[in-house]
Design a binder for this molecule. Structure first.
Ligand code: BES
Ligand code: MN
Ligand code: ZN
Length: 508
């Protein structure tokens, strides 16, 4: 998708489609009013007929509107003006792009970005442009690289492809700021798309080797340092928790380290850790067959940290960022780890593996210990860690756990601003009691209830002496059902958090 910024009157746009907003009930936004004036009341006449009342997300396409230079005018409902906030803006943008995507247009000018939104964080055209870019990219996203046939037969919606969007700003003096916002929005949207593409790849394509090769390709393209450890190097280091997960697979596990030095040489880095289980069958503690295909998404944490890294570098943000990806498959086999096996983690703590399906924490615990040697400013791990988190929060919010209130608060607010929301769950010591083992320092599972917290509690024993947050994205990293696809979450949240860290995003 190509994006651009423009200032000008809606009635003077030579375009296939001009998009303007209507408030409930039948109240014209300023750009709609300009078209109405130029067309001698054409729009208000139509509204009087009752075909469109401005309900949030409703749309009406008009053709040959007098006094305009465009082929179509798309009216989009914005809901009640007094309730027009962040979420409503996003809904209206989504409805516009969805409608445009189904029309025979390849290009359009959106005026919804002009009208201000009642925002908790201040009215902000930068936010509107960034968000509109992210939503547009998401709506047109389609993973069809494994479908045969020509481009046209692969298309979900027949017709011409929407491939160019222009966002309007009210005044010429806003253009420069809007262009900068667009550049940010594009970088983040490409990071999200990157994460979706990687997540959607089947597990016979996206293996630990493939993740490593992808990291190396990214490093070459973006001039980053990249190090990939194999089984031998990990054995030497003592990453036996990670290695235990890989034992049943023919695929070699990897520990991937990527470094971006955008900050000063001695600035402590932000470390992002992404769970990279390229397929989670459960191992000897085998999962049931239903929906097991979705366990190809068990590397979405890894995809998210790579997407975030790419966006950060493309925005050239002044920060030192290190990405760590423990990558493995979790399969049963003659050499696989058995329930009851005991291993020693990189931290020196021993673990009794009572359930081989609780493999994410085994991979992550060694990465958390490894992170300590980077002397990090903060560490955030991102993982499709527990089904219990999906039970707790559903598919709207990712789970947040943290040993540091300031970091937790910053992440919560970044999630709100990015509309990529998270919700904090407790990490009290007592939650770790279920992890007691008769034979090792701890077991890898506790009781079933509160499983997302038990898992986080397990991880907290490996988080070193640094501010640490854990995001459980099991319910948000992909959608199931007819529209099964990776979502790219939480790339937008992480990018906004990084923008905040480098003081390019105001958080109240
Ligand atoms: N990758 C899964 C978590 C998961 C399951 C994410 C379903 C999304 C949907 C993880 O490795 C896992 O299997 N967790 C177990 C832990 C249990 C054995 C303590 C789970 O949640 O069932
Ligand atoms: Mn598992
Ligand atoms: Zn898993």
């Amino acid at each position: 998708m190509e994006f651009s910024i423009k200032s000008g009157s809606p009635n003077k746009q030579r375009s296939a489609c001009v998009v303007v907003g209507i408030f409930e009930s039948r109240k014209l936004s300023l750009p709609a009013e300009l078209i109405d004036n130029a067309s001698a009341g054409y729009i208000s006449n139509i509204l009087r007929c009752g075909d469109m009342d401005g309900r949030i997300g409703s749309t009406l396409t008009l053709y040959n509107v007098p006094g305009t230079l465009c082929d179509r005018v798309l009216l989009v409902g914005l809901g009640k003006e007094k309730d027009y906030r962040e979420a409503e803006f996003c809904k209206a943008i989504r409805a516009s792009i969805q409608t445009l995507n189904g029309l025979e247009v390849n290009e359009a000018v959106l005026f919804l970005t002009e009208s201000s939104v009642k925002q908790r964080f201040g009215p902000d055209s930068v936010w509107r442009i960034r968000q509109a870019t992210l939503i547009a990219q998401e709506v047109v996203y389609c993973f069809d690289c494994h479908k045969s046939g020509n481009d046209e037969s692969r298309r979900r919606t027949p017709g011409r492809k929407l491939d160019k969007l222009t966002f309007a700003v009210e005044r010429r003096n806003e253009l420069a700021v809007a262009e900068a916002a667009l550049a940010q929005g594009k970088a983040i949207a490409e990071g999200v798309t990157f994460a979706c593409d990687l997540g959607n790849q089947p597990a016979n394509v996206c293996t630990p080797d493939y993740l490593a090769a992808t990291a190396q390709r990214m490093a070459a393209e973006l001039k980053l340092e990249c190090e990939v450890l194999g089984r031998k190097e990990m054995e030497k280091l003592g990453m036996h928790a990670l290695l235990a997960v890989a034992k049943g697979s023919r695929q070699e596990p990897h520990f991937i380290v990527l470094r971006y030095q955008g900050g000063k040489a001695f600035d402590a880095p932000l470390v992002l850790i992404g769970k990279g289980v390229t397929f989670d069958s459960g191992g000897i503690s085998l999962k049931p067959a239903a929906k097991m295909d979705e366990m190809k998404y068990d590397m979405c944490g890894a995809a998210a940290v790579l997407g975030t890294l790419q966006a950060t570098v493309r925005m050239a943000l002044p920060i030192n960022l290190v990405v760590l990806i423990p990558a493995s498959e979790n399969l049963p086999g003659g050499a696989a780890t058995r329930p009851g096996d005991i291993v020693t983690s990189l931290s020196g703590q021993s673990i009794e593996i009572l359930n081989t399906d609780a493999e994410g924490r085994l991979l992550l615990c060694d990465a958390l210990t490894y992170a300590e040697r980077l002397k990090p400013d903060a560490v955030i791990d991102i993982a499709t860690l527990t089904g219990a988190c999906v039970v707790a929060l559903g598919h709207l919010a990712s789970g947040l756990f943290a040993n540091n209130n300031a970091l937790a608060k910053e992440l919560l607010q970044a999630g709100e601003i990015a509309q990529d929301r998270i919700w904090r769950l407790p990490l009290w010591d007592e939650y770790g009691e279920g992890l007691k083992s008769n034979f090792a320092d701890m077991a890898n599972v506790g009781e079933r209830e509160g499983g997302a917290i038990t898992a986080a509690s397990f991880l907290s024993r490996f988080a070193g002496n640094y501010p640490w947050a854990h995001l459980d994205i099991a319910g948000t990293a992909w959608k199931s059902g007819k529209h099964k696809s990776a979502t790219g979450r939480p790339v937008a949240l992480l990018c906004h958090h990084i923008l905040h860290r480098v003081k390019q995003l105001k958080i109240s």
